[in-house]
Ligand binder design. Structure first.
Ligand SMILES: NC(=O)c1ccc[n+]([C@@H]2O[C@H](COP(=O)([O-])OP(=O)(O)OC[C@H]3O[C@@H](n4cnc5c(N)ncnc54)[C@H](OP(=O)(O)O)[C@@H]3O)[C@@H](O)[C@H]2O)c1
Length: 294
């Protein structure tokens, strides 16, 4: 397949491009320097040159606090940007995998969300991502709208500027004797490469629709930190933050665990438990670099 990856310098986009290329697909990558998702003409000229059969759109404005401060820009990128990609892919008769988020939910369910659950975003980021989902689902019938959660990977999340949660915890453990981490926000940490492999599976099917795509199980950020330290043998005093100790500047769901109901019902789910994904990530991270000899 001819595949175009939008947002290819990002945490997920990098791994998506690598995963499709590893399966022998012809991948063309577009970074923000090469196109502007908020501009229909820019999306058109990028994609019309390539004429892909499948486009994966990972581009987003997703720094939650900045989105809250800049709702118009957030809607331009996450809402109209998705609409632009949907419109151009539809005109090219290309399929579209569009990445969305667990933050479309408010967290009140306190049990894993399935695709049919009602979305009710708490903040500008979640609202604008939900608007993007609606554009994609109503414009291009060959769509896969894929909600993901709490990504970490080899490449840093550009929006968050720097280290992923795993690397941040390991860095802080070297700098401090005690770490305090929130224990009242529940997610499913998922490695970027495992999402990318799932997208390859999905992209070669024609089971279009709305999907949740995260690892199995769930944990609080405190529990995630505890698992990181246990698996790496890191000695640091880890404490649960007191309620209200780190007040969120922007409302966020306290519970955004997703159930991959649609993937499972179609026999497409490739994810394992989040602890297995973490162990694989850490093993790869600690593996010595291969030495080339001439
Ligand atoms: N990270 C998470 O934990 C998480 C959780 C749930 C959902 N998601 C979703 O997953 C997707 C990928 O996230 P990620 O972690 O890979 O984020 P990321 O590292 O910030 O990557 C996003 C990419 O989009 C590009 N981009 C931003 N604005 C753009 C614009 N106006 N036009 C063109 N490109 C633009 C960025 O380039 P520049 O940096 O150069 O602007 C970057 O390469 C997003 O849709 C996000 O909403 C992420």
């Amino acid at each position: 397949m001819k595949v175009a990856v939008l947002g290819a310098s990002g945490q997920l986009g990098n791994d998506v491009a690598a995963a499709f290329a590893a399966q022998g697909h012809a991948v063309t990558s577009f970074t923000h320097e090469q196109f502007e998702v908020a501009s229909l003409e820019s999306v058109r000229s990028a994609l019309e040159n390539v004429r892909p059969e499948l486009v994966v759109n990972t581009a987003a404005f997703h720094h939650v606090e900045k989105c809250e401060a800049e709702p118009a820009l957030s809607f331009a990128v996450n809402g109209m940007g998705a609409r632009n990609v949907a419109q151009i892919t539809d005109s090219l008769r290309a399929a579209l995998i569009h990445i969305s988020t667990d933050y479309v939910f408010d967290g009140a369910k306190r049990a894993p969300y399935i695709e049919d659950d009602l979305a009710n975003p708490l903040n500008v980021y979640g609202n604008t991502k939900l608007s993007g989902e609606h554009f994609v689902r109503s414009i291009n019938p060959r769509h896969f709208v894929v909600r993901v959660s709490a990504i970490y990977g080899e490449n840093p999340c550009r929006a968050k500027g720097g280290l992923n949660f795993v690397e941040q915890m390991l860095k802080l453990s070297r700098e401090r004797e005690e770490l305090r981490v929130v224990d009242d926000e529940f997610v499913t940490p998922t490695p970027a490469m495992e999402i990318a492999l799932q997208l390859v599976e999905l992209g070669r099917s024609s089971h279009y629709g709305l999907y949740h795509a995260t690892a199995e199980g769930s944990c609080s950020w405190y529990e995630f930190a505890a698992a990181i330290f246990e698996l790496t043998g890191t000695k640091v005093r880890l404490e649960r933050a007191r309620p209200g100790e780190f007040p969120a500047k922007v409302p966020r769901p306290k519970y955004s665990v997703l159930e991959n109901a649609a993937l499972k019902s179609r026999g497409l789910n490739v994810f394992t438990h989040w602890q297995d994904g973490l162990a694989r990530y850490l093993a790869k991270r600690q593996a010595p670099a291969a030495v080339m000899s001439t």
